[in-house]
Structure formats: structure tokens, C-alpha cells
Design a protein around this ligand. Sequence first.
Ligand code: NIG
Ligand code: FE
Length: 393
Amino acid sequence: MTATLVDGIGELVTNDPAWAAPGQPADVARLGLVTGAALVVESGRILWVGPHDAAPDTDSRIDLGGRAVTPGFVDSHTHLVYAGDRAGEFAARMAGTAYDGGGIATTVRATRAATDDELRALLAARVAEAHRQGTTTLEIKSGYGLSLDDELRLLRLAREVTPHVTFLGAHVVPAEYAADRAAYVDLVTGPMLEAVVEQGAASDLDVFCEPRSAHAFTEEESREILLAGRAAGLRLRVHGNQLGPGPGVRLACKLGAVSVDHCTYLDDADIDALAQSGTVATLLPGVEFSTRHPYPDARRLLAAGVTVALATDCNPGTCNTSSMPFVIALAVRELRMTPAEALYAATAGSAATLGRTARVAAGEPAELAVHDAPHHVHLAYRPGVPLTRVLVV
Ligand code: NIG
Ligand code: FE
């Protein structure tokens, strides 16, 4: 196999504290910046990282002409397997209609009616779209099937494109169970979960815990579903505190979830619970952008020492973007994260929720993004400009 030298890197973000320089603020130090850098890649693995002057000889060489290189983005929260479109719902929301999760039923109908090949083509296009914007790792949830066969079908399709697959049978209670919610919880925690585990269809389980939505799950229902998932050996994720204050965050922390996502409405007890647990707070500011909810208080979370991740939540209802650069720009402008904090959260923070690292170091996979920019600050400084692509070596 041929080793390739990737040279001419204006700024390399490694997320490796070994490269921290004295006097740097903590958020920048954590990025492990190397200026005037090079790296060597062979067979998809990084062999060497360092300053250009010290680079070893290799058979082939790519010159990036001073561009910045970062770890590829890790999008740890997406709902990419679905059919149909809810642009009308979005337009109505921009005219004042509130989001309550009711539109999920529209996507469930369209998704159930689609063939495997139709869903596969839609999914492939969405994955390619994310890739074109620098995303190298994706988590994908089910949740628009909501019957045993349809949930397993969506999980199988997701597994074709990523190892990070989450069972979200507990997205909402489907229409046919509206009069008997307990029967649907029994289906999710019984036959659906058994089949998921038997087929190794998912590594994680998620629940939309939102007592404010008539469609989503109450605290008690969510606890039952999460406990069943945990007993079955799945890692737990929770959609929590999205539409208002609620029990989701505390429940996630108490049950040892790897991540609680949204965290839009937090009180002191939620912040304490997060600070005392290993649960990551995954912020999805594209949702607030697209629903006109207030943005989550990232500064308060960071001040409390909570690990913060950023992800898109790409879905047809609350946030139809696959763009991690857009999410980073929102995090900096609206959540008041520094560019360094936002980039770290969109790489190392979200990777932590998937049991991965996002580090540029010898021995690590070469999952990298390259930016038409001299340094990472441009991700937020030049919003909406297509600066980024996955670096293919
Ligand atoms: O994360 N809140 C629950 N699920 C998605 C929205 C799904 C939809 O509206 O289709 C979310 O926001
Ligand atoms: Fe979501």
C-alpha cells in the first residue's frame, strides 16, 4: 500500500491535547492546533502527524495549499430514513403554528408506503449531502416505521450506511394505538425490542420524552422503555426538554444515557444532574432555528462542566438540514459558544456519545474534513458558504 503525504495544511485541528501550546486559552488548547502541518495516510489510517518541516518521505503527495484540516464532523443525531416532505408544515410554522410532534404521523404514512429501494435511494442522497459538507460519521435513528416490520426495515436500511444505528420505536404513539398507549409501549418494550436485539439491528435505543406533546411519551412511559432497552443491552439516548421544561434530562442522567438531546429548556436541577452524570448534552440549534423556540443555554452547561455535543437532528419536521457547518455557525452566533468550543462539540463531543474519538493522531482512522479557509474560525465567520468537504486520501 502507498503512503500519501498530505502537505500544505495551513492549520490542522487534531483534538489531541499533546499539541496544546503554552498560553493558549483552554478551548483553543483542547483543539491541539498545528500550524504549517502535514500528515501521512496509508490504507485509510493516519501514520504520522506533525509540522511540515519534519514530514517523512512518501511515495505520493497531496498539497492542500494552506487550507485548514479538521477531524470530519460527527453528526450524532439524525433521522435520515424517511419518505415524504413537510415543507407545508414548515411554512405554517413560520406563520405562527406551533410544533407539537403531530406532523410525525405524516412522515410515518409516507415512509410505510415507500419501497425499500425508494427509501434506500432517499437515504443515499441524504448521506451524500452530509458527506459533501464534511460529515464523516453519522448516527441514524428509526422512528418513522412504528410497526415491528417497518421499524426493523428502517434499521436495516440505516445499517447499510452506518454502524451507528438507534432504535426509536418510541418516537410517537402511532395513530392505530392512540386509544391504547399502554399497548404500544408493550409492543416497543416487548416484540419490537426482542427483534431488534435478536437481529443485532441497533446498538442504541432512544425515546421522545415530552409530556407536553400528546403524541410523545410521558416520564413513566419513557422510564419503562429506557429500562427495557438498558436491560436488553442497548445504550440509551433521550430526546428531552425540547418543547418545554420536563423530566427528560433528569431521567436520561439517572438511567445512565450516553446522551440527552435538545436540552432546550433546562432548570438548575437539570444542569446539576448533567454535571454529576456522564451523560452528554447534545444541542441541536438547527431545531430552534426551524421551530422558533429559544436557543439552549450552552454557556450555562459549559460553565457547569457538562460535556456538550452538537448535531443536526436532520429530519423532515423540526430541522431539515444535514449541514454541520450551519450548526457550528448557529452555535457560535446564537449559543455563544466560541468557534473552538463549537468545533470540538461537533467532533469530539458528538463522537463521545457514539463511543468513538475524533482525533487526528497516528493510528486513528483518516476521517478528515478540509476547508477552503486558513483556520477553523471561518466555519462560523463565513456562514452559508460551502467551504468544507471530506478529505479523500
Ligand atoms: O428530534 N422531537 C422528536 N423528533 C424529531 C422531530 C421529528 C419530526 O417532526 O418528524 C426531533 O425534533
Ligand atoms: Fe431528533
